[in-house]
Unconditional design. Sequence first.
Length: 430
Amino acid sequence: MNKNKVSVVTLGCSKNTVDSERLMRQLQLNSIAMTDNPEDAQTLVINTCGFIEAAKEESINTILNAVALKNERKLNKVIVAGCLSERYKDDLIKEIPEVDFYFGTEEYEGIVKELGGELKYNLLGERFISTPSHTAYLKISEGCDHPCSFCAIPIMRGKHKSKPIEELVNEAEYLAANNTKELVIIAQDTTDYGKDLYGKKSLALLLRELSNIDNIEWIRIMYAYPSRFPTDVIEEIASNQKICNYIDIPLQHISDKVLRSMRRGISSNQTRKVLQNIRETVPDIALRTTLLVGYPNESEKEFKELYEFVKETQFDKVGTFTFSVEDNTASYILGDTVPQKIKEERKDILMEIQKEISSNKNSEFVGKKLKVLVEAVEGDFYIGRSYRDAPEVDGEVLILKKNAKLKTGEFYNVLVNDFNEYDLFGELII
Ligand code: SF4
């Protein structure tokens, strides 16, 4: 029985998931035994998140729990990596010295070496797929060049750096050969893809290349930055059957005063124009956005403007976050002027109106046929997603089982016959 199993714990966003998958594949290639049960491991690698207060707290608690297990001799080694460690390494070394090693983001070589292996550079495109195999994230670049005042990500992930198209196509082919059917395209800003390598934004070109890969049926675009939005991407969505009519475009706010202070590089009118252009070019597009409430000095009037914008725009999906003061960001000097209670109230008010909007939009699908990727079975239902639902963040399509025998990871046609705020219900079309 191998007495030195490693468990990799991933916190934070899908970009961290990809980093952990790359690391785990390297451990596999070095025949280093792994377990997905931390209690069964002798070494714990914690891939941390350092984005906002709540995420930092979760990372620190996870580290402290691991150190406690080590002190109880239930663990031999604790290795901490990722964004929190990248951002606060010196403080962490002082405050939690029991951790054996602190690594930053993307320091695979050091971790693999510490675990007795050797980095296989030529196989860095390979991944240990930790998501259900039919869907996988494809991280197309690292870092970010945008100066958003509230965001610490550039501190942890550095400047924008695209991965060459050939490497991404190889990685996607590897995923497709391992049963992946849906590629979820991620980065800090996916629309900036290629500007550093090819001298111009080249996401549309990359999408075309990826859509030539057999077995890949859905390509979904997340984290698209609104300003200087490349119109050729919208045209590619409209003309390319494999690109889902779906886009995640975090807007954060709509008030010109707040957008200026956030340094988002876009005005409210320009924002509306981008959304209008997307909807005119792809009429059945599903739009997801992320909004930030409680930004310093956000007045009741500015919040009302955001509320009216959500009502007017009728997004399909909305995620709302409350402002978190982050040291070394441009907004740090503004302090934290909006009380937490008000922030939470504003978040709830937005999510309440969005629930209504989402319910109305779902009602429009009753009687319609949808292609659904089945992912799981729960009770009387098969659980799946349509082109309108990204994994982990959006709704589901529940298919009544009846006598049907469906396979997870396969696509089926479904007739929608019911809905609620977030999900659709339907039956299989034989
Ligand atoms: S686009 Fe703005 S919010 Fe997003 S990662 Fe870059 S700096 Fe942060």
